[in-house]
Ligand binder design. Structure first.
Ligand code: HEC
Ligand code: HEC
Length: 304
């Protein structure tokens, strides 16, 4: 009964349950006593002229079943949870049973993962069994954010391209999955100046990938990029240690138009990937890393 957020209802549930059983017992006893009868063993009710209600005791087999039911109920409530938040003498719980079954399953497939873990992540990329398992894990745990094909969405990185926030070495990918990632850019408008300066800087950022719509503003904005260089690098090439995106390519995590870039400079960005080390086993993360690595083009992997 851990669903109860407080113990408030526990006594009420306990009392109501026991009272219901006591009431059954009372009914049984009350109806086992034969009230005084007439000489012909009827209750005296006569209706429709000649129909009489006989006054026979309850059948024994029926009383027996009733008693057994009550005794069973009490023993059950003693052994299993049922009386408010009392755990029951066996200590059984649905959550406990679920955990035990999940553990049994994990133990059962442990040898499969042990075999995978003995091999480096990169060599599992071409292992069909590892890929099949990796795909299942990806669809169950990652697809809601990164898409079932891993192509991501606005704010959720595309895992199938050659652009990596944190790097695509096997260790970095394992790290991304196990520990999660937290990309943080502070609001920078104050460091840059007014709205006009922010727009010029945004034009400069866009010019790094040939996307500026106003060359003059872009040129004016160049001098303000100093405020950004600490994280994004002097040429905007990004920094994988910080998860600061490369601003000189055409891949945009948060949208590449002037408005999007201006908004990011003004408001900053706080983006998070949850950590999986407590939900997935080390073996599962190992196999998932291989699956993720296999999503991007092979040439890119070979270059690392
Ligand atoms: C709740 C949404 C969410 C889920 C679920 C999720 N991710 Fe992510 N993931 C993100 C976000 C957001 C980022 C980018 C974090 C940042 O901007 O710093 C990210 C980043 C990553 C990166 C780093 C990408 C890079 O360019 O360096 C990898 C690898 C990754 N996720 C893999 C996975 C895998 C594998 C799973 C499933 C176990 C998963 N993610 C589940 C949201 C999610
Ligand atoms: C403290 C480090 C830091 C500084 C300083 C910083 N950024 Fe960022 N920036 C980041 C990080 C980290 C992200 C990625 C956020 C995320 O994970 O989604 C980012 C994201 C961005 C993006 C979005 C990129 C995309 O692919 O959509 C733009 C544009 C950007 N920064 C521009 C700038 C500009 C211009 C400046 C200077 C005014 C600047 N940043 C200063 C860390 C920084």
């Amino acid at each position: 009964m851990s669903d109860f957020v407080s113990g408030f209802w526990s006594p009420y549930v306990t009392i109501a349950t026991l009272a219901a059983i006591a009431f059954c017992l009372f009914l049984l006893i009350a109806n086992s006593r034969k009230p005084p009868t007439t000489a012909d063993n009827t209750t005296g009710h006569v209706w429709d002229g000649d129909l009489r209600e006989a006054n026979n005791p309850l059948p024994r087999w029926w009383v027996g079943l009733f008693v057994i039911t009550i005794v069973f109920g009490l023993i059950y409530l003693w052994m299993y949870p049922g009386l408010g938040d009392r755990a029951g003498s066996l200590g059984w719980s649905t959550a406990g049973q679920h955990d035990a079954e999940a553990r049994a399953l994990t133990d059962q497939i442990a040898p499969v993962y042990a075999a995978f873990q003995a091999k480096p992540v990169a060599s599992l990329v071409s292992d069909p069994q590892a890929r099949a398992i990796g795909e299942r894990l990806f669809l169950n745990n990652c697809a809601q954010c990164h898409g079932s094909d891993g192509r991501g969405a606005k704010g959720f990185p595309n895992l199938t391209d050659t652009d990596w926030l944190y790097g695509n070495g096997p260790e970095q990918i394992v790290q991304s999955i196990a520990k999660g990632r937290h990309g943080m850019m502070p609001p920078m408008a104050q460091a840059v100046g007014g709205a006009a300066e922010v727009e010029q800087l945004a034009q400069y950022v866009l010019s790094l990938s040939g996307g500026a719509t106003d060359a003059v503003k872009a040129e004016l904005g160049k001098s303000k990029f100093g405020a950004c260089a600490a994280c994004h690098g002097p040429t905007g090439q990004g920094n994988q240690a910080l998860g600061a995106p490369n601003l000189s390519d055409t891949v945009w995590l948060h949208g590449g138009g002037l408005q999007s870039v201006v908004a990011i400079i003004n408001n900053g960005k706080d983006n998070q990937m949850p950590a999986w080390e407590r939900k997935l086993t080390e073996g599962q993360i190992h196999v998932l890393a291989a699956y993720v690595l296999g999503l991007s083009p092979p040439a890119e992997r070979a270059a690392r």
